[in-house]
Design a binder for this molecule. Structure first.
Ligand code: NYM
Length: 211
């Protein structure tokens, strides 16, 4: 508050199924923005480096068994433990490109059958993204892209459910990017609408009302 909008960084979130290309597109966009002289950083959730993140990682690699609700809350806690650092970065003018965020939390857990309202609840109060880039790829195509690794959730039938769950989460902050096109036009396509967004760089330190 009181700071000029130009001094803030933008919170840009990438979402999509496993193997949808988020990680590659995040790093391409990072290089592009840095090339333009923007201060930008690449973040990802889960952040497996923290104590909570290590539990999440052990769960994903099947070394740890946890109740569905419990792991949901750990994924959320992993975002909460980074919230103040994210806010500080954004206030200092750094744009954050975040590979997965609350939408992943809600989509993957509700795909298991957990109540969607219950899944959204712990996300309220996290920083709301300025822009969500949803990389839209059919689950069958995602599998073809080099296949899945051995982590939990990396199964076609489950990914189909996740895709359905993502669909109901789409809101006005979303831009849906069809990945077939993306693979050809890549970053030029993104930047067409990203640059105006970066100029806005509006306040991100407000409370997220919904996922
Ligand atoms: N995932 C990720 C969740 O189930 N909930 C969450 O809140 C987040 C952030 O973890 N299959 C799932 C989605 C992925 C897995 O992600 C690990 P990645 O991007 O492969 O590290």
């Amino acid at each position: 508050r009181g700071e000029s909008s130009e001094s803030r960084g933008a919170l840009i979130v990438f979402e999509g199924l496993d193997r949808s290309g988020k990680t590659s597109q995040c790093s391409r966009l990072l290089s592009y923005l840095e090339g333009l002289g923007h201060s930008a950083e690449l973040w990802r959730f889960p952040d497996r480096t923290t104590t909570v993140g290590q539990m999440v990682s052990a769960y994903l690699s099947n070394d740890l068994q946890l109740d569905d609700h419990t792991i949901h809350l750990l994924f959320s806690a992993n975002r909460w433990e980074k919230r103040s650092m994210m806010e500080a970065k954004l206030r200092a003018g750094t744009t954050l490109l975040v590979d997965r965020y609350s939408y992943s939390g809600v989509a993957f857990s509700s795909a298991k059958g957990l109540d969607i309202g219950w899944c959204k609840a712990p996300e309220a109060g996290l920083l709301a993204p300025d822009l969500v880039l949803y990389l839209d790829i059919p689950p069958e195509k995602a599998v073809e892209r080099g296949g899945y690794g051995g982590e939990r959730y990396e199964k076609l039938e489950f990914q189909k459910k996740v895709a359905q769950c993502y669909k109901v989460l789409e809101d006005s902050s979303w831009k849906v990017i069809v990945c077939f096109i993306l693979s050809f036009l890549a970053i030029e396509l993104l930047t067409g609408f990203l640059l105006p967004t970066l100029d806005l760089c509006h306040l991100v330190a407000h409370h997220q009302e919904s996922c």
